[in-house]
Design a protein around this ligand. Structure first.
Ligand code: SF4
Length: 468
């Protein structure tokens, strides 16, 4: 007899044992495999195995008969075929298997079932939050080193700060902060993203160890070289961003009671453009509609700011490189941090940021990261920037540096912005389709994983997030 222990039995029984407690199919195969190994080793025939389920206080018998041996051979054959295949198998039919599976947060079986059946009620298997912190190193001349299993940040005249490595999700080096090779190795071993951002607020790059999962990237290349796939994903993406911009203006007119002519005109124009945007026949026409919507949105943005906020904090259109007013300096720095976070999520999932579906590979920035940023610009940057200006959190001189027509954040301004941005990432938000609340930090990774499902025959949920 072979015995193993488990926590609970399956509901109902296998054919021929209706009403009796039965072993889970995977447990049954495991018992048969143990029996086969023991038979080979001892030379004795084993007629029966048993599984004990502690939660139900039940012992279940498993016959080691001809059928069980055939089932085992078939399962071994299937496992060998899967090992050789580069295709990912579909999610398990038995959803109870997924509840305790450690792969559930990357496999997203519940979301795959929801994509196939719109009325499916999902269980939460994707964690709502990421407890690991992002270490921003801003002090000029600061250095990140390794001290055992901790990252240590040292700088002149500042007490060394230590961070246990299991509590760190990312390290962001601003300006000319340094990092040692020992610390880089530790970050690579623990999958900690190391990013560089200039003090001018430009994202410079990310340290990545290894080539990434090649088969996953090959599937991405195949899908994103299909013009029809790119157009469909781009429509979903730009519609999500446009509806986010519209909801900012609607909130202003409804909740805050500042329905100025500029806000009303922008709302009306954006509404008219939503339908053609969602049905655009080409990427070029889609870019045209998206550009028009962005122009209407930014033209109304000064009116989203409270009337008693000084003129110095009001934006004058959108100016990027360089920003020409304080509001644009805040937006630009926020978008640089967002680009860094989206890059981190793409690399965690294992996609190639260099191949996107909407943005063209014209600049140094990675097109897929630029694509995915569109989903989060409004909730993670625009809204916190506008709210912080309306709360009068910014000091017009101490938080900014003005050089001719260029406006940058000062060191104090950078610190304040990072605090606001990182807090925003921890805000929980209920996904309207999946039905669970999760932090924006986790939402970024979820959207990248949902994007990958778009070419895994489990799509339909990407870019369905909507601001209320
Ligand atoms: S979570 Fe994914 S890998 Fe795990 S049992 Fe379910 S379908 Fe299989």
């Amino acid at each position: 007899m072979v015995c193993c222990s488990r926590t609970s039995t399956s509901a109902g029984g296998p054919p021929g044992q209706e009403g009796a407690a039965a072993a889970w199919p995977s447990d049954r195969l495991q018992v048969v495999a143990y029996a086969a190994l023991l038979e080979e080793h001892t030379g004795r025939v084993i007629p029966e195995g048993r599984v004990r389920y502690h939660a139900d206080n039940t012992m279940v018998r498993v016959s080691i008969d001809a059928q069980a041996r055939t089932d085992l051979q078939q399962a071994i054959g299937r496992a060998r075929a899967l090992q050789l295949s580069v295709e990912r198998p579909p999610v398990a039919e038995n959803e109870r298997l997924c509840v305790r599976c450690s792969l559930a947060p990357v496999c997203l079986p519940e979301e795959a079932r929801l994509a196939q059946h719109a009325d499916y009620k999902t269980l939460r298997l994707f964690p709502a939050d990421d407890d690991r912190q992002v270490v921003h190193v801003l002090t000029p001349g600061a250095r990140v080193g390794r001290k055992g299993d901790q990252l240590e940040v040292t700088a002149k005249e500042i007490e060394p700060q230590r961070y246990p490595v299991h509590e760190v999700g990312q390290v962001v080096l601003h300006g000319f902060a340094q990092i040692t090779t020992q610390a880089l190795r530790l970050c690579a071993e623990r999958d900690i993203g190391v990013h560089m951002v200039t003090m001018g607020g430009r994202y410079m790059g990310t340290w990545v160890a290894g080539a990434g999962p090649v088969q996953r990237r090959i599937r991405q290349y195949k899908a994103l070289t299909e013009p029809a796939v790119c157009l469909r994903l781009s429509r979903q993406l730009t519609e999500a961003r446009a509806r986010g911009q519209l909801s900012v203006l609607l909130r202003t007119s409804r909740d805050v009671g500042r329905a100025t002519d500029a806000v009303k005109a922008a709302i009306s124009s954006i509404r008219k453009l939503l339908h053609p945007l969602a049905h655009a026949a080409s990427l070029d026409s889609l870019r045209g509609y998206e550009g028009s919507i962005a122009a209407h949105y930014f033209s109304a943005l000064p009116d989203v700011i409270a009337p008693d906020v000084g003129a110095a904090m009001r934006p004058d259109g959108r100016s990027r490189r360089p920003p020409r007013d304080r509001c644009n300096a805040l937006l630009s720095f926020g978008y640089a941090l967002l680009l860094k976070d989206v890059m981190n999520a793409i690399l965690v999932v294992g996609l190639d940021p260099a191949l996107g579906f909407y943005h063209q590979p014209r600049s140094q920035a990675h097109p897929l990261a630029l694509d995915l940023m569109e989903l989060f610009r409004v909730p993670l940057v625009d809204l916190p920037v506008l709210a912080s200006i309306n709360r009068r959190q910014w000091h017009e001189t101490e938080d900014f540096q003005i050089a001719g027509q260029q406006v940058w954040l000062s060191e104090a301004g950078h610190k304040k912005f990072i605090h606001i941005y990182e807090r925003r990432k921890t805000d929980q938000w209920k996904h309207p389709v999946i039905g669970h609340a999760l932090s924006y930090a986790r939402l970024m990774e979820l959207e990248v994983r949902l994007l990958e499902k778009e070419w895994m025959h489990e799509g339909g949920l990407f870019a369905r997030m909507r601001l209320r």
